[in-house]
Write a protein that binds this ligand. Structure first.
Ligand SMILES: [Zn+2]
Length: 437
């Protein structure tokens, strides 16, 4: 089932969600067809007022709290369907305007924020990336550790290829840079810079996690796109190409195993509150018992996985909380969230067990907002403040937390919801004396 296929004309690849299903015939068609204009239902019934000024969020964060680190890049305004422009009304919900409204809301929020622009990869990206992929194919992932030409790109490719199949990344490169394809499936479009932007999102997650591990008193929020939590080891889907949060988690475990931290990382928690099940993240971590994955999501809903709360995977590290459409904070969500935090923090159903997590990565999606055009849960922006507050409260003060943007498509609400998330997290940190500097 596709998010959008009921709204778009057929291009002959219905029900195909994997790059591997694309035959040469399909690829030729994709390479020659004009970009298909997606007109999802919500855009046809109301204008997206992304240029409307957002409400200013009043800061309730004590001045003693260090603040939050925001990772961003102008590159996250690239990657969009061919023929579209920032001045146009976006025709696809996963659009660059998302990061623009979030950054603007954060600037207006008066929250104590520290802005970190992630530098671009060196030019020429396509050739450099192709070279790295060939090195991995010929000599294995470890060969990239010695690459000095663009170490940041080498690290992003190596970390991504440690989680995804190498063919998955190489195929995106081929489709974008060799064949000029315009989409992977009915939902997931491609443009000239898709792989570069996706790898930048991976790099931002890696660098935010590095910094958070160095100074756990800090909180980080990565304002990146495209999202990642639907990308499985082998498949790009649901607007996602690389499973950034899973990649960051595996990279931390690898570094820990090499003795790069003062004490080993024994357990990482991934909390996914995007309204869609994080099927990609789950696929990428289900064989790693040191990563505990907890997802709250609407079900049934795209991608139609994560519906069985009693299926915990071969390593018993998966906890899914499917919720029916219409659920709001006071009608089921708060209760499920409390249970989800219990599982995240200890793997048990108890709220009085001290968290055993050394790091928490949050797949922060904002499409559970009541006003989101793609789904049916009914959260308010202020609910995200409470969710972040409760999360931080359940963790030890020394636990680093990194939020990475996933979905969220109401351009009038996601900025405020992200601001509320950071505000709630900082308020909770303020109540943890050890975390105050
Ligand atoms: Zn989503």
């Amino acid at each position: 089932m596709s998010v959008y296929n009921q709204f778009v004309p057929s291009v002959g690849i219905e029900n195909r969600t994997s790059l591997r299903y694309l035959t040469a015939h399909h690829v030729r068609n994709l390479a020659t067809q004009p970009a298909v204009r997606l007109r999802p239902r919500f855009l046809s019934v109301r204008r997206v007022g992304w240029a409307r000024p957002l409400l200013r969020l009043r800061s309730e964060v004590p001045a003693t709290v260090h603040g939050a680190d925001i990772y961003h890049s102008p590159l996250f305004r690239k990657h969009w369907p061919y023929g579209e422009d920032l001045d146009d009304e976006p025709q696809h919900p996963e659009c660059p305007h998302r990061v623009i409204v979030i950054e603007r809301a954060l600037h207006e929020s008066q929250l104590p924020l520290h802005w970190h622009e992630v530098p671009r990869f060196r030019e020429p990206f396509a050739a450099n990336c192709a070279k790295l992929l060939k090195i991995v194919e010929a000599s294995g992932l470890e060969a990239l550790e010695k690459e000095t030409e663009d170490p940041a790109l080498a690290r992003a490719v190596r970390a991504a290829a440690a989680v995804h199949f190498l063919d998955h990344i190489a195929e995106i490169h081929r489709l974008v840079h060799v064949r000029g394809a315009t989409r992977i499936d009915m939902d997931t479009y491609l443009s000239d810079d898709t792989l570069e932007v996706a790898l930048m999102a991976t790099r931002a997650a890696l660098e935010a996690t590095d910094a958070a591990l160095k100074d756990p008193s800090r909180l980080a929020f990565v304002v990146s796109r495209p999202p990642g939590h639907h990308a499985t080891r082998a498949t790009a889907m649901g607007f996602c190409f690389l499973s950034n949060v899973a990649i960051a988690a595996h990279e931390v475990l690898k570094r820990s195993d090499k003795g790069e931290f003062s004490r080993p990382i024994t357990r990482i928690g991934i909390l996914d509150f995007d309204v869609h099940h994080g099927n990609g993240t789950e696929d990428c971590v289900r064989q790693q018992e040191r990563i505990r994955f907890v997802s709250l999501h609407e079900h049934p809903q795209y991608p139609m996985t994560g519906g069985n709360p009693n299926e915990h995977g071969p390593k018993h590290n998966i906890w899914n909380f499917p919720l029916p459409a219409g659920t709001d904070w006071h009608n089921g969500y708060a209760e499920a969230y409390a249970e989800a935090l219990n599982r995240l923090c200890s793997g048990t159903d108890r709220s009085d067990v001290v968290s055993d997590l050394d790091l928490v990565l949050v797949s922060a999606g904002y499409d559970a907002l009541a006003s989101d055009p793609l789904a049916g849960l009914h959260l308010k922006p202020s609910d995200y403040s409470e969710m972040a507050f409760q999360l931080i409260h359940r963790l030890k003060p020394s636990t680093p937390v990194v939020f990475c943007l996933e979905g969220g498509y109401d351009l009038n609400a996601i900025g405020e919801a992200v601001s509320q998330t950071i505000q709630g997290a900082l308020r909770a940190r303020a109540e943890q004396p050890q975390a105050v500097v």
